[in-house]
Ligand binder design. Structure first.
Ligand code: PMP
Length: 372
């Protein structure tokens, strides 16, 4: 099998699995316990917070361990809301774990602005500027799109915020960026940054939220007060330790360069057919590709029978009709339907890409012959 849906999830590193087992079986103590074994675990979690802060380029702030990015995103948004006539700003390209929270806020009567995307997949900065004002409480724009690989210009958003919305907090969903590109939350004055372990070879159901100033956040779950009161519930210690191990193993620059070569190989093969339409974005990890006249889902299924696994957009929204993100780039419904998502990992070989690329092209042509 050649697995090309790494934006949906990745294979865990074997060493991270070993760490997971160690903490699940031998060092299983509760980090909130007051005896030494528990205190030792709490200390290791705290060391992990420093590791993540360093990796995020944060000189100050704190890390809250969570049950994954969906939870981190909900906490950042709902936990930073305040009573009063505040406004909340989101891009329409956000993952459902942000977008659906925003829609819910709107349904509840809050003032919510959705900002369109440009044709290249980035948020439309001009439209963003227009909705920002002194009442803006939160701006939530993702770092890298899980659908297209477009990288938003966080420096620009920070500048717009300083100029137009000085009271706004800045939340960034960094799920498709962390451990893939270098991140620096201090440089762009990011207040909240979301990460998820299973996107970088850690376990599922564990993640974190970076918080610059704890006073800007309130807990949304009530309980025993773990994670400085922001996320009650006993920490998933084995999952967190395995996530930290994965972080330690990753060489961002080396992987980036290698994945660029994988992505280029795939682009060269698929781009040789004029009916194939590749959305060019900055992240080499994600390619959104349209196949004229063919349904992406049909292609995905045919490829699966040949041992090539690709995605049809975000796994979380794959069961829903249409694709909000591609539609917002101005694509018509037919074109949106023709897209598949190919996403890479540094554990792939160049020969795999060559083989998969040729299989994708050949399978497309076979289907096209039947339907045209
Ligand atoms: N945000 C983005 C950009 C994602 O790609 C995903 C996973 N598809 C999530 C959030 C949700 O992550 P998790 O599975 O950890 O809840």
């Amino acid at each position: 099998m050649i697995y090309l849906d790494n934006a949906a999830t990745t294979r865990m590193y074997e060493e991270a699995v070993r760490v997971y087992n160690e903490y699940a079986v031998n060092r299983f103590f509760n980090p909130s316990a007051s005896y030494q074994a528990g205190l030792d675990i709490a200390k290791q979690l705290n060391e992990g917070r420093y590791l993540l802060l360093k990796k995020l380029g944060a000189k100050k702030g704190t890390i809250i361990f969570t049950g994954g990015a969906t939870e981190s995103n909900n906490l950042a948004i709902r936990g930073s809301m305040r009573n009063g006539k505040y406004e909340y700003v989101f891009s329409v390209g956000e993952h459902p774990s942000v977008y659906n929270v925003a829609k819910e806020l709107k349904n509840q009567g809050y003032i919510v602005h959705f900002v369109d995307l440009r044709h290249d997949g980035q948020v439309d900065y001009q439209k963003l500027e227009k909705v920002l004002n002194e009442k803006t409480r939160l701006i939530s724009v993702m770092n890298i799109s899980n659908e297209t690989g477009a990288i938003n210009d966080l420096a620009k958003i920070d500048t717009l915020r300083k100029k137009n919305a000085p009271n706004a907090l800045f939340h960034v969903d960094g799920v498709q960026a962390f451990c893939k590109v270098n991140v620096n939350v201090d440089k762009y004055n990011i207040d909240f940054y979301t990460i998820s372990a299973h996107k970088f070879h850690g376990p599922k159901g564990v993640g974190a939220l970076y918080v610059r100033n704890p006073n800007s956040l309130k807990n949304i779950v009530f309980g025993g007060g773990q994670e400085s009161g922001f996320r009650s519930g006993t920490e998933n210690v084995a999952g967190i330790m395995a996530m930290l191990d994965a972080v330690k193993q990753i060489d961002i620059d080396k992987n980036f360069e290698y994945v660029c070569s994988l992505s280029k190989k795939m682009t060269d093969i698929l781009g040789s057919d004029e009916n194939v339409d590749i959305l060019q974005t900055e992240s080499p990890y994600i390619l959104s590709v349209g196949f004229k006249g063919v349904n992406g889902e049909t292609l995905m299924r045919a490829l699966q029978d040949k041992g090539v696994i690709v995605g049809i957009g975000s796994a979380c929204s794959a069961k829903k009709a249409g694709n909000r993100v591609l539609e917002s780039l101005g694509y018509d419904k037919e074109r949106v339907k023709s897209h598949i998502r190919i996403s890479f990992s540094e554990d792939l070989q160049l020969q795999d890409i060559e083989k998969a690329g040729k299989t994708i092209l050949q399978t497309y042509r076979e289907i096209w012959e039947k339907v045209k």
